[in-house]
Design a protein around this ligand. Structure first.
Ligand SMILES: Cc1ncc(COP(=O)(O)O)c(C=O)c1O
Length: 364
């Protein structure tokens, strides 16, 4: 048996009729840029999340840039974030000429450790940017208390967590701006690049809408320096066909995760979701000591696996200028050595789960 990691093909076959029809409609109308499908999708995303404003854009990376542009982040401003994430989190901060200031992670959840944030705040700090890694929200109550005390804004990089809840509410309600990604392999993915910015703040929303069209407030009149950051109509058409199934898919992902945790040996480190949070399981990530060997064994049994992420952000070559060193964030550094993500998608069968679990339990 060869197991598929995200099984996007199976999903396409399930929703093929609607996806094909939606794409064909766009082709028939040739409304490729900011077509009505984009407006329809934004309305449904706003309904789904309860956010006052849902603004689609060209990627999860651009969503982060748009969020920081809306907050008027300036060169030299400091933004506190996690060193254990995809590069885009810190890369976009650096693109704004701001400074990513890292805070080590909680070893149970892999998210930023809220207890360590306050020590990293200086008079240049403007934003706290937690990342909901693998689909699980960070400790937002604790983070918001700190933000309020120090008059900081909060942007959640929710590229992996769209649909996750914290204290029964979606994450947009626990921050100033929430961003997500519709990269194909994300829990809600389109068929290319895509993303969205969510906020309950009217001023931010208005600015983000301008920023994604080159800062334009009237055709060919540019109030701000913005970017070409729109979502393609074709991608909106794909998402319109997928969104009605998304909540069910989240429940299925949660059921798959629960089965993994029950079936895997208790001697393995399985993921922990904190009480009050609900993960959408972008990844089901365990820790193993001899990762290379385990990955090889799984591969031979037809089980793909992945490492998110093998090198923490503070040790990336592009951030050498920040002069961080190995040892600065020991928990993130250890995680980068031993995390391993297992196949995860809403369509995983018990038969597939058994194959993965059998191989892993045999490694102990
Ligand atoms: C945590 C995180 N932030 C940002 C991004 C960037 O999203 P995109 O690939 O849509 O630009 C990703 C996606 O890969 C991500 O996982």
């Amino acid at each position: 048996m060869q197991i598929d990691f995200a099984n996007l093909q199976h999903q396409y076959q399930l929703y093929k009729k609607d996806i094909d029809e939606n794409i064909q409609k766009v082709l028939n109308k040739s409304n490729y840029i900011m077509g009505e499908e984009v407006d329809q999708l934004e309305e449904l995303l706003s309904e789904f999340s309860g956010a006052k404003h849902a603004i689609t854009c060209s990627s999860g990376t651009d969503a982060l840039l748009l969020a920081m542009m809306a907050m008027d982040i300036q060169p030299g401003d400091e933004i506190i974030t996690t060193p254990f994430s995809f590069i885009a989190t810190a890369e976009t901060i650096a693109l704004m000429k701001a400074v990513p200031v890292f805070v080590d992670i909680d070893e149970q959840t892999f998210n930023i450790d809220a207890r360590k944030i306050e020590a990293a705040i200086t008079d240049k700090t403007k934003v706290i940017m937690p990342v909901s890694l693998y689909g699980q929200p960070s400790e937002m109550d604790e983070i918001n208390v700190i933000a309020k005390k120090h008059n900081l804004k909060v942007i959640i990089d929710g590229a992996q967590s769209f649909g996750a809840t914290y204290k029964q509410k979606m994450e947009v309600h626990h921050c100033d701006i929430y961003t997500t990604s519709f990269f194909p392999a994300k829990p809600l993915g389109c068929y290319g690049d895509g993303g969205a910015v969510f906020t309950n703040n009217d001023e931010y929303a208005e600015k983000i809408k301008m920023m994604r069209v080159h800062g334009q407030n009237k055709r060919y009149h540019h109030k701000y320096i913005g970017m070409g950051g729109r979502l393609d109509t074709l991608q909106a058409a794909v998402l319109l066909a997928k969104l009605p199934h998304y909540q069910e898919e989240i429940y299925s992902r949660q059921a798959v995760a629960e089965k993994y945790t029950q079936m895997l040996s208790s001697d393995l480190f399985t993921p922990n979701v904190k009480a009050g949070s609900d993960s959408v399981w972008a990844q089901y990530t365990i820790r193993v000591q001899n990762r290379d060997e385990v990955q090889k064994r799984l591969k031979e049994a037809g089980v793909p696996s992945a490492v998110h992420y093998p090198l923490p952000l503070h040790l990336q070559e592009c951030f050498e200028y920040l002069e961080y060193r190995a040892g600065d964030y020991p928990i993130a550094e250890q995680a980068s050595k031993d995390v391993m993500s297992l196949p995860m998608n809403p369509f995983m069968t018990d038969e597939e789960l058994l194959v993965v679990v059998k191989e892993l339990n045999a490694t102990i």
